[in-house]
Design a protein around this ligand. Structure first.
Ligand code: UD1
Length: 420
């Protein structure tokens, strides 16, 4: 079994330069969108992470052919050979649900396994399903699968009850090939949604209002091939910013878009870290010895991202005072707390709130990662804990962070992946 072994040091200062990879959450919908055309789609700056391999396996089963050279993916689905995404793959990665909209729009049929339980709470997909039904799809749930059919999706008005990133993306893709005009209201504003709109527009889709909460899509008969660049991963960047602030280090992040990180940067600055925009796409973080406690509440973009909650909570264990961290997006997204407590953190949970009492010295132990962002917070914890930390469940980390051990090593961390 693979584990991550970290030789921690409470006085560690991470220093140096790190190149931020392309965004996992932007590349997954972009790959799904390639199903909308028979032509070639070229995606640059893709991160080589496990979730990309998983969605490409789904795509291969559907009939796509692809190759990757360095960080550029060329993918083409001349004909859709199967319209089924199996349970095995959807279970491995919930975002496989993103093939539902494009399959329906181009092929008229889709069978996609229901994602089911997930380590970060129940994550329904009712909004995806009801919205596609509003566009004329007939959808049934049978034997754990969503079976959807629509000879032609028809434009309509959809007002999302709740902001949903995946739901907005699925509907944008479906609406691009629908008949007539679709008005999507209360859309997610995440940069990854905007990046998808840009790709769809280059493919020939008629989209107005990308990046606002009302997006209008005028359906077209056909979409074509294009080349598109995936935006930098703001969560990976945020994780390295926290790493710099946490270790009183000095890290320069390149190939990033600081404008996507405003809320995280603001919280880091009020905690005492100094953050400097060196150039448009380069940002430098310097930590200080006194970390001030911060209350944070996760919310949809441009609010504080839920995907940064676990890393920030760990950061707050080193603040001098008490912080309150409220998770409003996902229930049960606190699985890292038990593990951080095993390292010596003082965190109490009351419903959706975690009360973090700092500053606590952490000491290394064997711990278990249960989801992607939880594992990032455990790695950061291991770096500043005294002694050795062994992290199990490292497959979660590989889902979303490209070469994280190597990147951290280059900054001075003692971290390695071992086989036991
Ligand atoms: C995406 C991101 C994930 C991030 C999350 C929130 C990808 C691949 N994943 O996930 O990293 O943590 O956004 O920023 O981009 N909901 C419903 N019904 C639905 C859909 C969602 O009730 O049909 C709820 C969810 O349970 C959750 C909230 O809406 O409470 C937001 O979820 P959503 O934005 O859809 O998350 P994902 O797209 O799955």
């Amino acid at each position: 079994m693979e584990k991550i072994r970290i030789r921690g040091n409470p006085n560690l200062q991470l220093k140096g330069e790190v190149r931020i990879s392309g965004a996992k959450n932007a590349v997954l919908p972009a790959i799904a969108a390639s199903l909308l055309t028979a032509d070639k789609i070229k995606l640059k700056n893709i991160p080589l992470v496990k979730d990309v391999t998983t969605i490409l396996t789904v795509m291969r089963e559907l009939g796509s052919k692809y190759f990757i050279r360095k960080n550029t993916l060329t993918i083409q689905t001349k004909r859709i050979l199967s319209h089924e995404a199996s349970y095995e793959l959807v279970r491995a990665m919930r975002a496989s649900i993103l093939v539902l909209g494009p399959l329906l729009a181009r092929h008229g049929k889709a069978v996609v396994a229901l994602p089911g339980g997930c380590a970060i709470g129940s994550r329904p997909i009712d909004l995806h399903i009801h919205s596609l039904e509003k566009m004329g799809a007939s959808i049934t749930l049978e034997h754990g699968y969503i079976k959807a059919q629509a000879d032609q999706l028809i434009g309509t008005e959809i007002d999302f009850e709740k902001k949903t990133v995946g739901g907005t993306e699925n509907l944008l893709m479906a609406a691009s090939l629908a008949k007539g005009r679709t008005v999507l209201k209360n859309c997610a504003l995440e940069p990854e949604v905007v990046n998808l709109c840009e790709l769809l527009e280059k493919m020939g889709a008629k989209i107005e209002g990308a990046g606002t909460d009302t997006i209008v899509v005028n359906g077209v008969k056909e979409l074509g091939g294009t080349t598109h660049t995936i935006i930098p991963d703001r969560i990976e960047a945020g994780t390295f910013l926290v790493a710099g602030a946490l270790t009183k280090g000095d890290i320069t992040l390149t190939h990033t878009m600081p404008q996507h990180l405003d809320t995280v940067i603001e919280k880091l600055q009020t905690s005492g870290a100094s953050i400097e925009r060196v150039k448009n796409n380069t940002i430098r973080v310097k930590g200080t010895s006194e970390i001030r406690p911060q209350d944070i509440t996760t919310s949809p973009y441009p609010g504080f991202p839920t995907d940064m909650q676990a890393q920030f909570m760990l950061f707050m264990t080193q603040a001098s005072g008490t912080s309150i961290i409220t998770e409003t997006i996902f229930d049960r997204r606190f699985s890292h707390i038990n593990e951080l407590s095993r390292l010596g953190a003082n965190i109490e949970v009351y419903g959706d709130k975690a009360i973090v009492k700092g500053k606590t010295l952490l000491s290394g132990a064997e711990i278990l990662a249960t989801d992607l962002r939880a594992s990032a917070s455990l790695v950061l914890a291991g770096l500043i804990a005294s002694g050795e930390t062994l992290i199990n469940g490292v497959e979660h980390l590989a889902r979303g962070y490209e070469r994280i051990e190597e990147k951290l090593k280059n900054l001075g961390a003692h971290i390695e992946r071992i086989e036991t």
